[in-house]
Design a protein around this ligand. Structure first.
Ligand SMILES: O=C1O[C@H]([C@@H](O)CO)C(O)=C1O
Length: 624
């Protein structure tokens, strides 16, 4: 059930304390050496495993030479610790080079999560790793009794050879010089991939990407890849040798057991599809919430999402099927310019190290109906907590039209024609010290909707409806039941509309429904799913469609709500929700996290937390 923000968070079980040095490292995640952001000298960052209710304490030493950094704990609700959410300009200042900052928060719910950088495009530079929270009670993960094997952890990501500075510069260029980041070079499984090399025999035509993949035809012992030019010379010893940084991951499993595969995606862009040759997958968890189990041959997973699926090693090894199976992860939703990534599921009684077959093919990238069928099957467990009835509470509805648009020649994304730009002062600190009037545009909120006459099937008509840049925020009444309607539409190119995975910080929300075309409250509100809406922290809105999510604004803090596609947030596809304005000064906000922007200057005049008597209306900016 969503956390009820009690002022005094439960006394945590025991602390999990780690110290991380974050620095640039040379690494070859897809057999090509590049500069990445590593933690304690490795990529991906170390996996944190905690038990639900445990206090996690991560001291981050910023060893980058010229960049600030923050780390977001994706899926943690940070109840009572909003300054630990790790969002630059929102929950804290960036940790400067040479500085340290300790994130301390309760791993409040069991599930499959991950952490990642949340400043600039540093997540895309490799700043991420797994965060696993284990259940302490049976009722939290009822499917726990259904797997007798171990757990396999898969963190999926995509990888670009361009560095994030080049990507950002390209996105910020004006007019026809705008440079989209394009498709990734490689898909990674636990940070490993093989650039332009498809392990295993590839059928002679692999749906338009054959030209990218000189097959690595292996000799009969399936040990080495003969196609040296493609698969071997790419790194110190090629993708097949275990110590290579790009060697595919091999999961050793006992035959005849059921395993829990934890799968999370922190891709910069790609929507992915995962399947395990010869094995079905039973979906049991989504974003750390149990779901009504259902069995599929493959799952779609969008950036920011996580799942647990159960897999039974029920294949009988034969001469033709030696007990080693491909795990195949391919791109969906956008025309793949990237080969599928492969890992291996190997039964311990298998003689061979490598499967002898071609990896299973990824479903057609443009079969959007297939994508919707999978997403729509995800439902809450029968006895799960359902949303409180709207009439019973103060409630608020925000309709968000999501358009790609232009602002003075720059390609941006905008919500109700406002493109989010973040201030130098973190919102949380500005409210804590009562400086919101001078830290950002506190004269009002972004629009709550968009004009009736807007046609979502046409590109934005910029002449009459100019997009603006703004750091305005939505102030949500504390305890209100909030509906957000994500409304997709045409991009700048007519008829083009893309799938966007939206992630909310500080909360899980109920996914109340999806629909085609323009959302119509009269028609659609009565049909929302109040029986078994799944709780999630990330949800997709499909092309030219709408998605409604609902949550209770009961977590004091400043929370980002944005598309989890890294360039889209960079281009302004996001919003900020402020909750519990009047409770901010009850928080014990660590001032070292806030000393930047106007707070730094105000500190010079003996800054003190705002008094209790402050009115709730956004403070008016000081007279010019
Ligand atoms: O913002 C984006 O830019 C590209 C394309 O619209 C321009 O190349 C794309 O697919 C986006 O999502």
């Amino acid at each position: 059930a969503p956390a009820s923000a009690s002022a005094s968070a439960p006394v945590p079980a025991k602390a999990k304390k780690v110290t991380w040095d974050v620095e640039y490292i040379m690494w070859a995640p897809d057999c090509q050496q590049r500069v990445m952001i590593g933690i304690n000298g490795t990529f991906p960052g170390p996996t944190i495993t905690a038990r639900a209710g445990e206090l996690v304490s991560v001291t981050v030493n910023n060893k980058l030479h010229t960049e600030g950094l923050v780390i977001h704990w994706h899926g943690m609700r940070q109840v009572g610790t909003p300054w630990a959410d790790g969002t630059a300009s929102i929950s804290q200042c960036a940790i400067n080079p040479g500085e340290s900052f300790t994130y301390e928060f309760v791993a409040d719910k069991p599930g499959t999560f991950f952490y990642h950088g949340h400043f600039g495009m540093q997540r895309a530079a490799g700043l991420y790793g797994s965060l696993i929270v284990e259940a302490t009670a049976e009722q939290d993960e009822p499917f726990r009794k259904d797997y007798d094997g171990g757990e396999l952890n898969m963190l999926l990501s995509d990888w670009y050879h361009d560095n994030v500075f080049a990507q950002a510069a390209g996105l910020e260029r004006k007019d026809k010089h705008f440079q989209w980041i394009g498709e990734p070079q490689t898909i990674l499984i636990n940070g490993r991939g093989q650039y332009e090399c498809m392990l295993g025999k590839v059928n002679n035509y692999h749906r338009g990407i054959y030209k990218y993949a000189k097959t690595c035809v292996r000799d009969k012992e399936a040990k080495l890849c003969r196609d040296e030019e493609r698969c071997e010379r790419r790194s110190e010893c090629g993708p097949y040798c275990p110590e290579s940084q790009c060697a595919p991951v091999i999961f050793d499993v006992e035959p005849g057991k059921t395993y829990r595969l934890r799968i999370a995606s922190t891709t910069t862009l790609s929507a992915l599809n995962l399947q395990v040759e010869g094995h079905e997958l039973t979906v049991v968890e989504a974003d750390g919430n149990p779901v009504e189990p259902f069995t599929v041959t493959d799952i779609d997973i969008y950036s920011g999402e996580s799942y647990s699926v159960l897999l039974t090693t029920n294949q009988i090894p034969t001469y033709y099927k030696p007990g080693a199976f491909w795990i195949s992860v391919g791109v969906r939703g956008r025309h793949p310019k990237t080969l599928s990534a492969t890992a291996v599921l190997r039964y311990t009684n298998s003689k061979l190290q490598w499967p002898t077959s071609a990896p299973p093919e990824t479903p057609a990238f443009d079969d959007i109906e297939r994508s919707k069928r999978f997403t729509y099957r995800i439902k809450a467990l029968k006895n799960a907590v359902t949303p409180p009835p709207k009439r019973a509470m103060l409630n608020r509805t925000i309709v968000m039209l999501n358009t790609q648009t232009l602002v003075r020649g720059h390609v941006k994304w905008a919500i109700n024609n406002v493109s989010l730009t973040l201030p130098a002062t973190p919102y949380l600190g500005a409210y804590f010290y009562g400086l919101q009037g001078s830290a950002f545009d506190a004269t009002g909120e972004p629009p709550n909707g968009f004009p009736d006459e807007y046609n979502i099937r046409l590109p934005p008509v910029n002449s009459s409806y100019n997009a603006t840049l703004s750091d305005r925020v939505y102030e949500l009444p504390y305890g209100a039941l909030v509906d957000v309607v994500l409304q997709n539409a045409d991009m700048l190119k007519e008829t083009v509309s893309e799938t966007h995975p939206w992630h909310l910080h500080g909360h899980d929300f109920w996914v109340m429904g999806y629909g085609e075309g323009r959302y119509d409250a009269k028609k659609d509100l009565p049909n929302l799913n109040t029986d078994n809406p799944p709780l999630r922290n990330t949800v997709v809105v499909f092309p030219h469609g709408w998605t409604v999510l609902r949550f209770v604004a009961d977590n004091t803090g400043a929370w980002a709500f944005h598309c989890h596609i890294e360039p889209h947030l960079h281009m302004g596809m996001g919003a900020v929700f402020i909750e519990g304005v009047d409770k901010m000064h009850d928080l014990n906000v660590p001032k070292e996290a806030m000393m930047c922007g106007v707070i730094r200057t105000a500190a010079a005049v003996h800054l003190t937390p705002a008094s209790r008597t402050r009115s709730t209306a956004p403070a008016t900016p000081p007279a010019p």
